[in-house]
Design a protein around this ligand. Structure first.
Ligand SMILES: Nc1ncnc2c1ncn2[C@@H]1O[C@H](COP(=O)(O)OP(=O)(O)OP(=O)(O)O)[C@@H](O)[C@H]1O
Ligand SMILES: [Mg+2]
Length: 221
């Protein structure tokens, strides 16, 4: 199963009062194992709306979505929740670690929810060159390190799909580069990485750049 996500004719409208606003319109999309895809586009064009649907955080839409070859509409709520927990990792722009836990403990959190144990957090920290912050608390590390730790937490359960909404939005150039290197490493390890960014330079680090335009995703040369 090479295709991680396959979407056909996805439409989504928000209703406010009597007004209906179509945000996504007959959008098609696909991403494969190990592929790094970025999405750019103006503010308000529907990028986060799209990520929320792909990440199973929003199920109000029309169209067909296949995740790991399974049609979403054939799955019940429990199956979707398990699919999300096991196979999808999320990173957001202002991601927050739990302040009362160390970095390693924060990274272990999703595994505890799943009931699987182990010392995977330390392995991940080592692989990404962050062993030094393993036993530090969030208030003892930098913003860039926090963002990277949040990314490792998203990678803890070895998700097939990593969804990142502006993961470098509040980082300087150097730290953005480091986070993008991390995303590339995750993709090289087989994870499909789907990133939204306002930064064209960051976008170009992906294998494929798509632009959100009038409710659809278009390939950007
Ligand atoms: N829960 C909601 N209810 C109603 N309208 C919404 C809701 N969420 C988003 N919208 C509207 O849908 C449109 C798309 O929003 P979205 O957050 O997907 O944009 P975006 O491309 O992620 O923008 P940005 O780059 O600023 O993050 C916007 O016009 C927004 O105001
Ligand atoms: Mg957004």
């Amino acid at each position: 199963m090479d295709k991680i996500v396959e979407i056909k004719a996805l439409s989504k409208a928000y209703t406010q009062g009597h007004e209906q606003t179509l945000v996504l319109e007959e959008l098609d999309f696909h991403i494969s194992r190990g592929e790094f895809v970025s999405i750019v586009g103006p503010s308000g064009s529907g990028k986060s709306t799209f990520l929320n649907i792909v990440g199973l955080l929003d199920d109000v839409y029309s169209g067909e979505i296949l995740l790991f070859g399974r049609r979403l509409e054939d799955l019940d709520e429990d199956q979707k929740a398990l699919l999300r927990l096991k196979n999808i990792g999320f990173v957001f722009q202002f991601d927050s670690l739990l302040p009362e836990f160390t970095v390693a403990e924060n990274i272990e959190m999703p595994a505890r929810v799943l009931g699987s144990g182990g010392r995977k957090a330390r392995e991940l920290l080592k692989r990404f060159g962050l062993e030094a912050i393993a036993d530090k608390f969030p208030m003892e590390i930098s913003g860039g390190e926090k963002q990277r730790a949040a990314m490792l937490r998203a990678l803890r359960n070895a998700p097939a799909l990593l969804i990142a909404d502006e993961p470098t939005g509040n980082l300087d150039r150097h730290n953005s580069g480091v986070v993008l290197d991390d995303l590339r490493r995750a993709a090289d390890g087989g994870t499909a990485v789907l990133m939204v960014t306002h930064n064209e330079e960051a976008a170009r680090r992906a294998d494929r750049v798509l632009r959100m335009n009038a409710g659809r995703l278009e390939a950007q040369p």
